[in-house]
Design a protein around this ligand. Structure first.
Ligand SMILES: Cc1ncc(C[n+]2csc(CCOP(=O)(O)OP(=O)(O)O)c2C)c(N)n1
Length: 282
């Protein structure tokens, strides 16, 4: 059942978010280093957003997307799957030991998410540009059935180069989907370069506003700000909400931060040891 979260969070809640973010990054580091697979930059970039979403808003209840009263989360930037698995495991969707199945043949913990075998994973993703459309459909269905559930979709800013994102943005406003929340991981790096060099998205809050959304910009690593923005989005009654979360790709370890190299690269032993040390000290 969807329940409104408090608008502000206290010190205890902030401490929980901090420890969850750290656990997510440490688990991502283990998965990408041990399995030589996954995307560490994108996963570290969204770790704080996922920590607040799962630590404060989705809890353990986002399991049945067809239930109109349940909240549903979709990872549209599917290459960030390792961070999603780590968030799910750390809040209790499945045992943390299962993270060792990452990138193993026959496992549901693939490099990109696959629906149907892992609690909390409502949709497959990896081909960018589809999550917001799926989110619109789910939000519309919950609305038609008179439910109170929200649908939250996490997208990459490079992903927003896809025209399907903006087609979905128009649909969401046309049908007044105030139960739909898009969080854009605005780290300004894609897979082969900066968004400035590839296809610049400019002011994304202004773009979403022009489409009729309630859109706000925030620091995507500030747990208090993320909590407040999500609480406002959860309470929104008229329009869909876009949260443009300004982030640093690779955030959490100085080796990986803001370097396009770490979109695809996996840590070698020296990187792994330094990253562990930095993360454990946080
Ligand atoms: C339709 C589609 N085109 C291209 C790709 C290849 N691809 C994977 S990740 C990526 C860059 C995504 O950048 P962004 O959305 O900014 O995500 P970030 O990793 O920075 O969080 C691309 C182009 C894809 N997965 N799907």
């Amino acid at each position: 059942m969807s329940k409104p979260a408090a608008r502000s969070c206290d010190g205890r809640q902030l401490e929980y978010y901090r420890s969850l973010s750290k656990a997510i990054r440490l688990d991502v580091l283990e998965m990408t280093y041990r399995k030589k697979a996954g995307f560490i930059g994108t996963s570290f970039s969204c770790a704080d957003v996922l920590a607040v979403l799962y630590g404060g808003f989705l809890g353990r209840e986002a399991l049945h997307p067809q239930d109109p009263d349940e909240n549903t989360f979709l990872l549209s930037k599917g290459h960030g799957a390792s961070a999603w698995y780590a968030a799910l495991a750390n809040v209790g969707y499945f045992p943390r030991e299962r993270l060792s199945e990452f990138n193993t043949s026959g496992s549901y913990l693939g490099v990109h998410p696959k629906r149907g075998g892992l609690p909390g994973v409502a949709a497959s993703s990896g081909s960018l540009g589809h999550g917001l459309g799926l989110g619109c459909g789910l939000a519309q269905a919950k609305r038609i059935r008179g439910g109170a559930g929200r649908v939250c979709v996490l997208l990459g800013d490079g992903e927003c180069n896809e025209g399907s994102v903006w087609e979905s943005a128009m649909f969401a406003v046309r049908f007044g989907l105030s139960n739909l929340i898009a969080v854009v991981d605005r780290n300004r790096l894609q897979s082969y370069g900066s968004d400035q060099d590839v296809l610049n998205m400019g002011d994304m809050a202004v773009k979403f506003q022009a489409f009729g959304w309630n859109a706000v910009e925030l620091d995507g690593h500030d747990h208090r700000a993320i909590h407040a923005a999500l609480a406002n989005a959860w309470a929104e009654k008229e329009r869909p909400t876009a949260l443009i979360a300004n982030t640093v790709k690779g955030k959490g370890c100085s080796l990986f931060e803001n370097l396009v190299l770490w979109h695809y690269k996996w840590p070698e032993e020296a990187h792994y040891l330094q990253a562990r040390k930095e993360l454990e000290g946080q």
